[in-house]
Design a protein. Structure first.
Length: 221
């Protein structure tokens, strides 16, 4: 990924804005996620990101260093949103099968409602995971996804509800694959098979139920 060099901050209506540092960072990251998901890393321009924020280009460089740093932080923010959403599900108090069902439903709904996350992951794959490899934050965050599944599976095995040979990492892969394809290939699938109705609300609820049933059927003893 080529670096984009820093330029002088533009002067204008934003120069006197009283900034809350955390709010500024969040605003920049929100816009950056939108622009990177629309244009990819190579196509995105810091000038455009700055123009769509409530701050200046100088502040983008102040908080994130350069274009690569901004992209990496945007990617981290996208993954953090998923992991925090999983944490808020509070699955510990549910039976193992209900916990797994709720987790799969959340993953499916999160992905279809946040297509920019799917696009950012696809962009990162195009670039061979270069930014992800540099981010210890993402690697540490995603350990919680596997740890949560391991807990659900262990409780399921102990209660005799789940098979004993299901591995958490393999199950996470299966759930991700089923939920990811629904967003990543939506446009081409609809165009090839005139299947737009599958991606309307009723069709998506039906697809989600199919995904949940497929996962549980694989795991249940």
């Amino acid at each position: 990924m080529a670096r984009e060099t820093q330029e002088a901050a533009p002067k204008g209506r934003r120069s006197g804005w009283k900034q809350n540092p955390e709010a500024v960072r969040e605003n920049i990251l929100r816009v950056a996620r939108e622009v990177f998901s629309e244009a990819g890393f190579s196509g995105a321009r810091v000038d455009e990101i700055a123009a769509r924020t409530e701050t200046s280009k100088r502040m983008l460089y102040y908080y994130f260093g350069d274009k690569e740093g901004l992209y990496r932080h945007a990617l981290e923010a996208s993954y953090r949103e998923v992991r925090e959403g999983e944490h808020e599900l509070d699955l510990v108090g549910l039976s193992p099968d209900d916990a797994l069902r709720k987790l799969v439903e959340f993953t499916y709904d999160h992905h279809r409602r946040n297509p920019e996350f799917i696009r950012l992951v696809m962009i990162e794959n195009i670039h061979n995971g270069a930014s992800l490899a540099q981010s210890k934050v993402i690697k540490d965050m995603n350990k919680t996804a596997i740890a949560g599944l391991e807990d659900i599976l262990a409780r399921g095995r102990d209660s005799g509800v789940f098979r004993s040979d299901i591995k958490a990492l393999a199950l996470h892969w299966q759930i991700s694959a089923l939920c990811f394809y629904n967003v990543s290939n939506r446009i081409t699938f609809s165009a090839l098979f005139s299947a737009a109705e599958m991606f309307e609300e009723e069709g998506q609820i039906e697809r989600r139920d199919w995904v949940v049933d497929a996962v549980l059927r694989k795991v249940l003893a």
